[in-house]
Write a protein that binds this ligand. Structure first.
Ligand code: ADP
Ligand code: MG
Length: 239
């Protein structure tokens, strides 16, 4: 049974069709990437999976269970937003524990223990007392990731987690995120416009264009046998 099953997802904003019938099956523990240019519907799709946005039609299920009517904090999915979205007035520790206490309802001590555990694993324990403005971009993104992983959700949704980082940090974090997701056994869905990120991080990639999936395959398959000109121009070798 697929961990994440999307069937016929459609979504419009006014006259703009953001998603035009998305079908996807993502397996348990898979590192999956959704790759497409700006405006292709990636963030909208992630927000629908997380429950932050309602689709016009189609269904989302996790492990065979429909997520219709289930609010974001009750879903087995944690999201890492593109621009960190850390609360500026809270420390890193408070940023991590806030959702654990109010979203998951954990007692203070347990929330704090979990935050320290994931921070140790990610080697960011020394940052826990700092506020976002006292951290670099890479440090902030590690804390945003720690906040998502601390929920121990089966599914981790990442919306362009590497954008805005310098090239060297980008390359380091790319590998770090992929190996962390494997280490905690989470199913990762990583949305990106960067083909190298998708190629490096993902077991399988879905290429999305104007709200439709053009092809799903392993990085090797997409590169060697692109199904459309669009895929070829984005990831493949020239046809
Ligand atoms: P991506 O993340 O791939 O850049 P988005 O999912 O953000 O794409 O957007 C897909 C399309 O939907 C774009 O045309 C965008 O302008 C439109 N869109 C997304 N969110 C909204 C919104 N809240 N209101 C109106 N239009 C939106
Ligand atoms: Mg986006």
């Amino acid at each position: 049974m697929a961990t994440v099953e999307l069937s016929g997802i459609r979504k419009s904003f006014g006259g703009v069709t953001a998603l035009d019938g998305i079908d996807l099956s993502i397996g348990d523990g898979e590192n999956f990437a959704i790759l497409g240019p700006s405006g292709s519907g990636k963030s909208t799709l992630l927000r629908i999976i997380a429950g932050l946005e309602d689709q016009d039609s189609g269904s989302v299920s996790f492990g065979g269970v429909s997520q219709a009517g289930i609010p974001p904090h009750k879903r087995d999915a944690a999201i890492v937003f593109q621009h960190f979205a850390l609360y500026p007035h809270l420390t890193a520790l408070e940023n991590i524990t806030l959702g654990l206490r109010h979203g998951l309802g954990l007692p203070k001590k347990e929330a704090s223990d979990r935050a320290h555990e994931i921070a140790t694993r990610m080697q960011v324990e020394s940052l826990l007392a700092r506020k976002p403005k006292e951290m670099s971009g890479g440090q902030r993104q590690r804390i945003a990731l720690a906040r998502a992983l601390a929920r121990r959700s089966g599914i981790v949704l990442l919306d362009e987690p590497l954008s805005g980082l310098d090239a060297q940090l980008h390359a380091v974090l790319r590998l770090e995120i992929a190996s962390l997701l494997r280490a905690v056994g989470a199913t990762g869905i990583n949305v990106t416009h960067d083909q190298l990120d998708a190629m490096a991080m993902a077991d399988r990639i879905a290429v999305i264009n104007a709200g439709r999936i053009e092809q799903v395959g392993t990085p090797d398959e997409l590169y060697a046998r692109p199904a459309t000109l669009f895929v070829a121009s984005f990831v493949g070798s020239p046809p």
